[in-house]
Design a protein around this ligand. Sequence first.
Ligand code: HEM
Length: 408
Amino acid sequence: MATHAAESVSVDPLDMSRPELYRDDVWQAPFRELRERAPVYHTEHSAFGPFWSVSSYKPIVQVESLPDLYSSQAGGITIADLQEGDIKMPMFIAMDRPKHTGQRRTVAPAFTPSEMVRMTENIRGRTTEILDSLPVGTPFDWVDTVSIELTTQMLAILFDFPWEERRLLTYWSDWAGDIEIAKDPVRKDQRRTILFECAAYFGNLWQSRIGKEPAPDLISMMIHSDAMAHMDQMEFLGNLILLIVGGNDTTRNSMSAYAWGLSQFPDERAKLEANPALIPNAVQEIIRWQTPLAHMRRTATQDTELEGQKIREGDKLALWYLSANRDESIFPEADKIIVDRENARRHLAFGHGIHRCVGARLAELQIGILLEEMAKRRLRVNVLGEPERVAACFVHGYKQMPVELERY
Ligand code: HEM
């Protein structure tokens, strides 16, 4: 067994919080071992302290179905604990009932099926514009040019954010969603400063919209809602950051997974190219295969038992969606993308239960339109080299991916 040079504490080879497992894309084997041997497993020592890894499908659904016993609020939603001096930004993903219910209801109207219909034309127009600007046969970075640009534009529209400054949303989101920062005091200070800038910027937008007629953007919805009307500044900021991070890295990394994943399975890509009617199912399958958020965390509110393991009040549990979505008992040949997989929709990448992703429909819509517009143009993405991956156990995705487009 290897040891930490500094602390001489032995490294648990099944400590799935280690960022290098994701940077080097080597998390598959240890998760398989956990699912087979110990689907609820305790890691004693990790950079984030002791925690339980819940790694197979059934116990994750069980935990998420008992939100009073397994709280989102008691310790937050990532494996990184809040520390003294951290800015406290309450957000409804990290709240329990009944407060969660009221705040979720405020933003849910932005994601109804009729809103999706209303947004479709706009999303298609922007996707078309980006795809038509891409070079064919010349290398470029798919992550920045397509995935980041499309998702950032979407957020700018959702918030009615000043268009020319929309990359600020990407910048803030990348800082907010990086839980590795919890280990680094210098970058933590930097993050605090950046998030205060974000708060000030949105504070100004908020002020400028108070007293105006209700509009369909999320800031206006929040201003005109009862549940959120009396929020203090940090709560307002927390909920905005939630929507920015929620809608940013996740959809972005699914779009990148489309390019990378299908290039790994050329037969499946050919199946999809021959039959575009498979696109809606392929979207689910790509989201399952990627699982853009590797985990959510829960904290036990009382002593209990899970899969025969004794969980104590206050214990931290990481629900590894990434592993559940590779659970062979639910998804045969789970490591493979199968574009017509019958039960692709059963994936847990959006979570389960009362906190299940409120933006799921919007994400599916955006990714679906991207695939449809690629198919219409008979464009294929050839990945030219190994992508650079995010080194983190929360956001599961790509930093860079050199590609070239080809017509088929
Ligand atoms: C919640 C994943 C896209 C906004 C969540 C959760 C997950 C998730 C795992 C937590 C579920 C749980 O605790 O059970 C994803 C993935 C996406 C995506 C994989 C894209 C493929 C979006 C988009 C938005 C969004 C586009 C909004 C613009 C939210 C919000 C919550 C949430 C506000 C909190 C819901 C609650 O606590 O009730 N998402 N998400 N997400 N997501 Fe998403």
